[in-house]
Ligand binder design. Sequence first.
Ligand SMILES: [Zn+2]
Length: 187
Amino acid sequence: MFRAAEQPPLHLQPVRARLIGTPADGGRPRSLYAWQYLGVTMNQRLVDAAIDQMNRRWPSGETGGAAAVCLDDGQILTSVCLDNLNGGVSLCHETGAICQAYTLNKRVTASVCVLREVGSSEIVVLAPCGICQERLALWGPEVQVGVGDPGSPSGWSVRTLLEVNPYYWGAHFADGGRWPSSAQHSS
Ligand SMILES: [Zn+2]
């Protein structure tokens, strides 16, 4: 139960502890300080959407990867990287889905990236790279991201952007808050 001082903002709801409590942290419910946007969370369904996208794009046995993002209306968008002879123009798996979310003027609430290396059937969850963290920062510090977690039975767990980037540089420019607003990002 939440004490009065710990009530989340109206548009946020507590993350269900079973989704983020892991053996690595003693399985302690962390719902007192982790929130999700209403009805939308980082979960196995999002991971499965990324895996399905990866399998549609690349045959088994080949290196493959994909990303899936969840929007505040529950919609899931998926995308894959853009590879190029000129590595400087390559794009991360998340980029397409992030740009599509922005095109739809929808808020991204969660993001996950999966990878399968050549010759392997193992699928791992990769935390967003620094550039994708910057892209996701548009939607605030509570965006949930999948991270690889060897201590978890699933091999992954959930963190917020703030947890993976506690010293976010942009916080310096926040108008009286801990994180720049979407309006500031878009200005
Ligand atoms: Zn990236």
